[in-house]
Structures are given as C-alpha cells and as structure tokens.
Design a protein around this ligand. Structure first.
Ligand SMILES: NC(=O)c1ccc[n+]([C@@H]2O[C@H](COP(=O)([O-])OP(=O)(O)OC[C@H]3O[C@@H](n4cnc5c(N)ncnc54)[C@H](OP(=O)(O)O)[C@@H]3O)[C@@H](O)[C@H]2O)c1
Length: 212
C-alpha cells in the first residue's frame, strides 16, 4: 500500500517510516514541514513530501491507500496550537481522506482521550482535542483504527504490549507504538476499533488480534 505518515519527522513518525520503508509490503510516504528533514527520511527508506497541517496538503494525500496521523503540536506550544494541530489538523486529514477516497486511517490518539474531563487538569485541553478528532474519525465512514498509547518513552522496543480498553495509566516505548501502527495496517481485524496500548507481555500482533 501507499501509506502516508503525517508527523513523519516526529519520534514515532521516524521509527514508523523506517519500519514501513524497509518492509516489503508498503511504500512509506512521509509528510514533513521542512526540506532539511528530507535526507533523514530518505535514509530511513521513506519518500518525503512537503506539507503542513495548517495549510492545504491535499496534493500530498492524493493517491494514497492509507494515512497514519502521528503529528502533534508538542508540549512546548500553547493550547491554541493543540487545537490547530492535534484537533483541527487531524480533522482536516480525515476530511481530506474522505474527499480523495483514501480508505484507511490509523490515528495515534492518547490514553485518556475517551474521557478528557477525568484526566489531569494540565493536559485536559490536549485530551479534549484528541477526543474531538477521534470522534470525527469514527463518524467519517473511513476504515479507521484509533490507537491510544499511554505515556511515551524512548526505551528500546520490547515487541510486547498490552492492548485493550480500560487498561489504566502506564507507559509504552515509542518503538512498540510504531510497530503496532505498522501491524494495524496489515490487520483488517483492527478496523473500526479503539485500542489502548501499554507495555506488556504479549507479542504485539497477538495483543492486537486478541483485542479485535
Ligand atoms: N508524549 C506522550 O506521552 C504521548 C502519549 C500518548 C500519545 N501521544 C501522541 O503521540 C503522537 C506522536 O508522538 P511523538 O512523541 O512522536 O511526537 P513528536 O516527536 O512531537 O512529533 C510530532 C510531529 O508532528 C509534526 N507537526 C507538528 N505540527 C505540524 C503541522 N502543522 N503540520 C505537519 N506536521 C506537524 C512535527 O513536525 P516538526 O518535526 O516539523 O516539528 C513533529 O514531527 C502525537 O500525536 C502525540 O500527541 C503522545
């Protein structure tokens, strides 16, 4: 499949581009905001294109079979950017896929996005933005998978996770999330589902299949 990664220069994004770019099954297209980011993407086996979620990025999405949204405004910007990128950027990505008939969409959401008002006050605006974007995707008619990882770490991936609903708070290495995204693209049984992800003992494919 031609897979577009939005947020490809991010920490999960780079790992995902490398997994897809070095596999046999997919072509890893990578949307980045800065031409200086392109050599690193190519080194990882991806095909970079310039695009910004706050501008028109239709041309980057056209012709894709699947889109992975793993962008985020990050902790160093204010709440307005969270609305612009995590919420409205994600919504525009969904709408663009609908308009251009890109059928498959994998969203990197967040643990706690199901019930933002119960989350810690300092990240409630972020959880609300994720929640609104997730609900928009669910109503879109696209073949979606919404992944909700716990707190992300830079520990090496273990290849083992817990996947499910109501797991409670915890952590997971970005490398294991990237692997889970790549597997979801090849697992139709993950479509139409919201799956929380934490570190665990079950091989990733098996954990995702059990959840489905
Ligand atoms: N941190 C956590 O504990 C946690 C927990 C659960 C879920 N998540 C979610 O996991 C996802 C990925 O996390 P991560 O650590 O890989 O994030 P990251 O390293 O901060 O990467 C985010 C990427 O989004 C890109 N981006 C920001 N604004 C954009 C825009 N307007 N247009 C296009 N791209 C834009 C950034 O581009 P530049 O490189 O150009 O800045 C960056 O590459 C995010 O959606 C995050 O909300 C995080």
């Amino acid at each position: 499949m031609d897979v577009l990664v939005i947020g490809a220069n991010g920490q999960i994004g780079r790992l995902l581009v490398e997994i897809l770019g070095n596999g046999e099954r997919h072509i890893a297209h990578a949307m980045v905001r800065d031409p200086a980011q392109m050599p690193e993407i190519r080194k990882r086996g991806g095909r970079p294109s310039l695009g910004d979620l706050e501008e028109n990025f239709e041309d980057v999405v056209r012709g894709m079979d699947a889109l992975v949204f793993t962008a985020g405004s990050g902790a160093h910007t204010g709440p307005e950017k969270t609305i612009d990128v995590d919420q409205n950027g994600a919504i525009r990505a969904v709408d663009t896929c609908v308009a251009l008939e890109v059928p498959r969409f994998v969203m990197v959401s967040s643990m706690g996005a199901d019930d933002p008002e119960s989350g810690p006050e300092n990240i409630r605006h972020y959880l609300r933005a994720k929640h609104v974007a997730d609900e928009h995707l669910r109503a879109s008619g696209l073949q979606y998978t919404i992944l909700r990882p716990g707190r992300l770490t830079d520990e090496p991936g273990t290849g083992r996770i817990r996947a499910g609903a109501g797991l409670g708070y915890g952590e997971i290495p970005r490398a294991d999330v990237a692997e889970a995204i790549a597997l979801c693209l090849d697992m139709p049984e993950t479509q139409g589902r919201i799956i929380e992800l934490l570190s665990g003992d079950t091989p990733i494919r098996k954990a995702l299949a059990q959840e489905a």
